[in-house]
Structure formats: structure tokens, C-alpha cells
Design a protein around this ligand. Structure first.
Ligand code: HEM
Length: 204
């Protein structure tokens, strides 16, 4: 499955080149934007551009961002991924833009396609999250307000999951489910532990 393979490659990159990714983040955003725009025009000429327009590259970045939020904070892999989470979430959104643009245009010719609307809702939810991920804009918010806003990402992830299992081939839909269910499990366990520890702290 493409997304899983790309996500593994991106995890390895984050593990060994996290520092470089952070240092050159702006250059990476510019390159990602150029590549994303180019993919819309070159999809018929260059086969690999399909990976951008069909949403695989964007989703792979977003998968890592999702899983990082669900992993145990103290694990080595979580520590490594945490350092590039912001960069990957920005890159994920940039790379999902050609996909959204391509199909939003298609949606106008037939407004009845529910799977398109689900994808579009996820995408719209992600716009303010994307904008507020940039450090300069993030610093305008108090952390709890920013965090509260970013809780919307869970709704976006859930909608993305529903969107892709509707549109994917049955074999891929099973693979996406196999990935998403452990994420949901890990995330729920982590949130439950945080809830319990906060409760214990607040009880005299
Ligand atoms: C955050 C936003 C989105 C993500 C992460 C996303 C992700 C994906 C992925 C990974 C696939 C390929 C699934 C597979 O075949 O394995 C896909 C397919 C599809 N998506 Fe999205 N999508 C998003 C938004 C949208 C939007 C806004 C639309 C339309 C308005 C849309 C329409 C479609 C359609 C029509 C397909 C099936 C055709 C294809 O595989 O290219 N998506 N999406």
C-alpha cells in the first residue's frame, strides 16, 4: 500500500534528518508548493505526479502527524517525530492542496457526491489549522486557545478516514482501516490517561 510505504520512508527521514528538516523548513515549504502546483499541470506527462494529485503524498505526511499525537510521549520515536510534527503537518496540507483543487473542480459538475463533500469538509477544517501552524501566527495565540483550536484535527482525521475508505479499492480500504484502528486505540488510551492524571491532581 502506497501511503504506508511513503509514511515509513518519511518516518526514517524524520528520524535521521529531523534537524535538517527543521533548519530548511521554509525551503521545503516553497519546494512543496512548486511541486504541488506543477503536479496539477504535469499529471498526464509525468506518472509520479499522480501520487500528489491522488492525495497519497499529503495523506502520508498527515498519517505521521496523527500517529505522533497518539504515541507515548517518552518513546524515542515519538521524541524524534515530535520535533518535525509542525513541519510535516504544514507539508501534508501543502501536498493535499492539488488533490483538493482537482476534485473540487470535479465536484462542481455533480454536487451529489457525498464522498467529495466529506473530503472537502476535512479540507476546510484543516485550513485554519494549517494557517495557525506557522510559528509567527501560532505565537499570537495563548497555548490553551491554540490547543483548543487544534483539537478540530481529530474531526478532520476521522472525516479523512471515512473519505478514503469510501473512495479506495476494497483491498486498500482494509489496509487504511488496519492503520486507523490502532491509531484510534492508542489515542483513546493516551487521552484517558491524561484525563485520569488531571483528575487525580484536582482531587484534594
Ligand atoms: C484533507 C483532505 C483530503 C485527504 C487527506 C484526501 C485523501 C485521499 C486519498 C489518500 C485518496 C486515495 C484513496 C485510495 O484510492 O487509496 C483520495 C481519493 C479521492 N479523493 Fe480525497 N482527500 C482529501 C480531500 C478531498 C476533497 C476536498 C475532495 C473533493 C472535493 C476529494 C475527492 C477525492 C476523490 C474523488 C477520490 C477518488 C479518486 C482518487 O483516488 O484520486 N478528496 N483522497
Amino acid at each position: 500500500m502506497k501511503v504506508a510505504l511513503i509514511a515509513v520512508a518519511l518516518t526514517i527521514l524524520a528520524y535521521f534528518f529531523g534537524k535538517g528538516i527543521r533548519k530548511h523548513s521554509v525551503k521545503l515549504y516553497v519546494a512543496a508548493t512548486i511541486l504541488s502546483i506543477a503536479s496539477l499541470f504535469l499529471i498526464d506527462q509525468i506518472k509520479i505526479m499522480e501520487m500528489f494529485v491522488h492525495g497519497y503524498i499529503g495523506l502520508s505526511f498527515l498519517f505521521i502527524v496523527m500517529f505522533t499525537g497518539a504515541l507515548k510521549k517518552k518513546s524515542t520515536i515519538s521524541k524524534k517525530l515530535m520535533t518535525i510534527r509542525k513541519e510535516y503537518s504544514i507539508l501534508g496540507f501543502i501536498f493535499i492542496m492539488p488533490h483538493a483543487t482537482n476534485y473540487v473542480i470535479e465536484l462542481f459538475s455533480d454536487l451529489s457526491k457525498i464522498e467529495y463533500w466529506i473530503g472537502l469538509t476535512a479540507f476546510v477544517i484543516m485550513i485554519p489549522l494549517f494557517i495557525t501552524s506557522f510559528s509567527k501566527i501560532r505565537s499570537m495565540y495563548k497555548y490553551p486557545t491554540w490547543k483548543k483550536l487544534h483539537r478540530w484535527s481529530y474531526l478532520a482525521y476521522t472525516l479523512i478516514f471515512v473519505h478514503i475508505i469510501i473512495v479506495a479499492e476494497p483491498r486498500d480500504a482494509i489496509a487504511y482501516t488496519v492503520i486507523f484502528i490502532p491509531y484510534l486505540g492508542l489515542k483513546l488510551i493516551k487521552e484517558y490517561k491524561i484525563y485520569i492524571s488531571k483528575k487525580e491532581l484536582s482531587t484534594p
